[in-house]
Design a protein around this ligand. Sequence first.
Ligand SMILES: [Cu+2]
Length: 184
Amino acid sequence: MLRTLLNTSVVILMSSGVAVAAHHGAHGQPPAHGGQPHAMAHAAPQTDTARLPVAQGVVADACWIRLLPAPAPSAGYFVLKNNTNAPVSLVGAAAPKDYGLLMVHQTRHENGMSRMGMVDEVAVPVGGQLEFKPGGYHIMLEQPRRDVAVGDTIQVDLVLKSGEKVVASCEVKPAGTMPRMMSH
Ligand SMILES: [Cu+2]
């Protein structure tokens, strides 16, 4: 019942234009993402990931974070590899030491516009991998709890549908790291 309600909230958000071209600004302003549906939809992934067991056979490689000055959200990228014999799905993320809110996002290109929306679940096939990269899937990091600086290492807990987590060690890099500044 609760799960159904949460999913419905996400669908409504994604179809009602939360995904915007200038998403950095939109996401950085409290009115844009302070709404109740948004907060509810992402309450679960912000749970205490410290208690989750570490998944065996699932790894996140080459994680890095493109740092933008607050209140703009920063973005995290990595390669998620599923070396198990079962499908794996990413359903959330948390970096409790450093950020108050993480979200799983996907950037899509429609009618020449770059749009971004939250996603419930990202599947990684058996024996395969999925690259989170600029212009595609990414993690948004919001509400920094300290002054995160270039060169820092951020521990990001990636929450799987199985109730396990994958711990990613992410290097913080400057905003200029990406050639396409306005699109991640
Ligand atoms: Cu995003």
